[in-house]
Each structure stands twice: as C-alpha cells, then as structure tokens.
Design a protein around this ligand. Structure first.
Ligand code: MN
Length: 130
C-alpha cells in the first residue's frame, strides 16, 4: 500500500478529481469537507500527508495548519496547501501557518500526482521515514 493521504477540501469537484488521480496511483485517500472534521480524523488516520484547501468554511486552512502544528501527535505530518490563491503573500501565509509546500488550483491532472510525490519524497529525505 502506498501512502495514506487525507484531503481536507470543501469543493466536491476538486475533491473527486484529487481522489481520482491519487487512487489511480494506488494511494489510500480519505476526505474531510471541513477543517474541524479533518482535525478530528487526522489523529485516527495518522496520514502520511495532508492536502489542505485554504478556503474552507468556518475554520480556514491557515487555522487548520496551525492546529495541526500545535498537536504533538500531528505536528510531523507533511501538509501541502492546495488553493486557488495565486498571490505570493498567500503562499507565504500558508507556509507560515505550517504548510510544508504549496500546489495551485486549478489542479493540473498531468502534474498533480507527480507534484505530490515530489513533495512526499522531499519529506521522506528530511525525516528518514514517512
Ligand atoms: Mn475551498
């Protein structure tokens, strides 16, 4: 089994596209539609990577990232922010909130899985395990 990935994303089309692409490469994919449900699922799943939308209802992705980083059980899990915010300041804000990397929407089906694998590979190298 390849890595287990938790996708926190409120837009069904984006979620289904990301899930479809990752499952095509045999990743184990779980989904949460809100930041709160993602934070509840994460300790049970202990995913190898979290794909985090920034524009989420109620609790936005920045807050979700900060909450993940504040939890000792979860603070090591790589977070890839996935958002349509294209401005440089928003990328920096996502990274400052605890995300390790950043993928822009709209999702490019030809690049998406390769980008995710690229970042997971970097995290593995840094940590020794994933
Ligand atoms: Mn969203």
């Amino acid at each position: 089994m390849k890595a287990r990935i938790l996708i926190i994303e409120d837009n069904p089309e984006n979620f289904y596209l990301m899930r479809y692409l990752l499952e095509s490469y045999e990743y184990e994919v779980h989904g949460a539609e809100t930041g709160l449900s993602g934070l509840e699922m994460a300790p049970r799943l202990l995913p190898d990577c979290i794909l985090l939308d920034i524009q989420l209802p109620e609790m936005d992705g920045y807050e979700v990232a900060r909450s993940l980083r504040a939890n000792r059980l979860l603070d090591h899990i790589p977070i890839i922010a996935v958002t349509s915010y294209a401005m440089q300041g928003d990328k920096e804000r996502a990274l400052a909130s605890g995300a390790n990397a950043y993928i822009e929407k709209p999702i490019n089906p030809e690049r998406f899985v390769g980008d995710v694998e690229h970042y997971i590979g970097i995290f593995k190298e840094k940590r020794g395990t994933l």
